[in-house]
Design a binder for this molecule. Structure first.
Ligand SMILES: [Zn+2]
Length: 76
C-alpha cells in the first residue's frame, strides 16, 4: 500500500496519538491503531477505527472536561 500524500512511501501498521480540538475541549486519544507512511509520517485510519474515534470523542465531550486524555484500548 502506497502513501496518498507523498506517493512514494510505504504505509505500514503502527499506532499514533490522535488529537481533536473541539469547540470547548481538547481530546487526546493514545495508542490508536493506524497505517503510517514510513517516509512522510502521514497517517490513515480504517473505517472501524474512525468510527470508534468518533464514539470516544462523543464520550469525552459529554464529560465536559477541558482536556481529556484516553487510551484507545481502555474504554469499551
Ligand atoms: Zn507519505
Amino acid at each position: 500500500m502506497k502513501c496518498q500524500s507523498c506517493k512514494s512511501g510505504n504505509m505500514s501498521p503502527s499506532t499514533t496519538t490522535y488529537f481533536a480540538d473541539l469547540k470547548n475541549c481538547m481530546i487526546i486519544i493514545k495508542n490508536v491503531p493506524c497505517m503510517k507512511c514510513e517516509q512522510c509520517g502521514d497517517v490513515l485510519y480504517s473505517a472501524s477505527v474512525t468510527e470508534r474515534l468518533y464514539e470516544l470523542m462523543e464520550k469525552a465531550e459529554s464529560l465536559a472536561s477541558e482536556l481529556t486524555v484516553i487510551e484507545y484500548d481502555k474504554i469499551a
